[in-house]
Design a protein around this ligand. Structure first.
Ligand code: ARG
Length: 461
């Protein structure tokens, strides 16, 4: 079992089938540079506690630097016989600095505390990349909102025409969940910044190494309070996978609307050629594939989360090899978001709105009926009656095949004596939108204020 991290108590080496099953280098090599950073920190802690002389520590750090350079330029790769990133790098270190020095680094640490720490470091770095991409998407939505301050959208509930709203209000409604996702990532970071390093396999170390020193070197906040928890817990990984899934879900809801808006029936948006695809058979086609991929990949992100949760369920303390299954799903969630978000942001930033088409559809479906009822309430009509009167007007107009705004004085009066001609004040789309000036409402000045708050929250997260 040449170059392996264990073997002395075994009469034979591992079977090829076991090696095949056990190997994780094809995915955990992504952690190689984090492993080396961990080794630098651990060497510093060993030297501080007197287990390495100054000269040994210097040679150790130089050897680790050489390894890092070779990982980066691709000349150091795991061998087929390496079980995991830790074993591969220890073997390489021994090649680099000799077995006497290279063999000292494993004192006081285990692959169990190493891997638990490295995953956190990896996720913390990628959380920053994802946060930046999310912020860019929020910015793209805000820019579209700003570019269309007066545009009206037929607001929907149950996918049916409900009440007109500002397009900007609607776009900002898609930005808020993304701002909360940014805040989730920030809150997660506080829990992620705990270092299990030094917890050993499960029970802690006898060597008196300083875990705070290691945490500081690794950019983490503090050592884990409990070595069993530190090596066995993966809730921080699952929480990250949840946030990734939530981001996917939030993006998918906007994606679904863009797919609808981009149909001939809606005709609300045109996607930029650079962010649309064609058909191999139908020459005329221009498809919203980015939005469809966003919708599809949200399913994959949910799958990564549920797969990981299933791995963790009922797993006894402390480390179990099942935990090796935490990495592929969460690495996939990272990779998925890191390719999806830039494409999605580009699509949102470049899509063109047909504001005339949206304005044309906004009054359809009697979307001002609530305005009529509320106008009556302002004239002291109980809402219950106002609802009835407005509903009767809708029915009368529907029978005649006209819109509410087309009802003449006679028709209004025949529905109710309360419906005087002044009701027409509220029978315009712009008037309706402007009058919804309560907190969080769609009136233009509220929407502008809201946008300022949205931008401030996004910057703070
Ligand atoms: N490769 C393992 C993982 O990803 C870490 C090594 C721990 N292995 C062990 N036999 N204790 O979780």
């Amino acid at each position: 079992n040449e170059g392996a991290l264990w073997g002395a108590r075994f009469a034979s080496g591992p079977s090829p089938e076991l090696q095949e099953l056990s190997r994780s280098t094809h995915f955990d090599w992504a952690l190689a540079l984090y492993d080396i950073r961990g080794s630098h920190a651990h060497a510093t802690a060993l030297a501080a506690a007197g287990y390495l002389t100054d000269d040994e520590a210097r040679r150790m750090h130089e050897g680790l630097d050489a390894l890092a350079a070779r990982v980066q330029d691709g000349t150091l790769r795991p061998r087929p016989t390496d079980e995991d990133v830790h074993g591969a790098l220890e073997a390489a270190l021994i090649d680099e600095v000799g077995a006497d020095l290279g063999g000292r680094l494993r004192a006081g640490r285990s692959r169990n505390d190493q891997i638990a720490t490295l995953v956190r470091m990896y996720l913390i770095d990628h959380a920053q990349v994802i946060a930046k991409e999310l912020l860019a998407l929020v910015d793209a939505l805000v820019a579209q909102a700003e570019a269309h301050p007066g545009a009206i959208l037929p607001g929907r509930t149950h996918l049916q025409h409900a009440q007109p709203v500002l397009l900007a209000h609607h776009l900002q409604a898609h930005a808020w969940p993304l701002v909360r996702d940014l805040e989730r990532l920030r809150d997660w970071r506080a829990r992620a910044g705990v270092s299990p390093y030094g917890g050993g396999a499960l029970a802690g170390s006898t060597l008196g190494l300083d875990p705070q020193l290691v945490a500081d070197e690794l950019g983490l906040d503090r050592p884990s309070e409990n070595s069993l928890d530190g090596t066995a817990a993966r809730d921080v990984v699952a929480e990250f996978a949840y946030i990734a899934a939530q981001i996917g879900i939030d993006v998918s809801r906007l994606a679904e609307e863009i797919i609808l808006w981009n149909t001939r029936e809606f005709g609300f948006v045109t996607l930029d050629d650079g962010y649309s695809t064609g058909s191999s058979i139908m020459p005329q086609k221009k498809n919203p594939d980015i939005a469809e991929l966003a919708r599809g990949k949200s399913g994959r992100l949910i799958g990564n989360l549920t797969g990981l949760l299933a791995t963790l369920k009922a797993l006894p303390l402390a480390y179990n090899r099942d935990l090796q299954e935490d990495k592929e799903p969460v690495f996939d969630s990272v990779a998925t978001l890191e390719v999806l978000l830039p494409a999605f942001t580009g699509m949102v930033a470049t899509m063109r709105f047909d504001t005339d088409r949206m304005a044309e559809l906004a009054p359809q479906g009697f979307s001002l009926a609530t305005d009529v009822a509320e106008w009556l309430v302002k004239r002291r009509v109980p809402f219950r009656d106002a609802h009835e009167i407005s509903g009767a007007l809708v029915r009368a107009c529907e029978e005649r095949g006209i819109g509410l705004e087309d009802a003449d004085d006679e028709l209004l009066a025949s529905v109710s004596e309360q419906l005087t001609p002044e009701v027409r004040e509220v029978l315009t789309i712009d008037g309706s939108v402007a009058s919804r000036s309560g907190v969080g409402g769609t009136a233009p000045e509220r929407v502008a204020e809201q946008r300022a708050e949205l931008v401030a929250r996004a910057q703070r997260a």
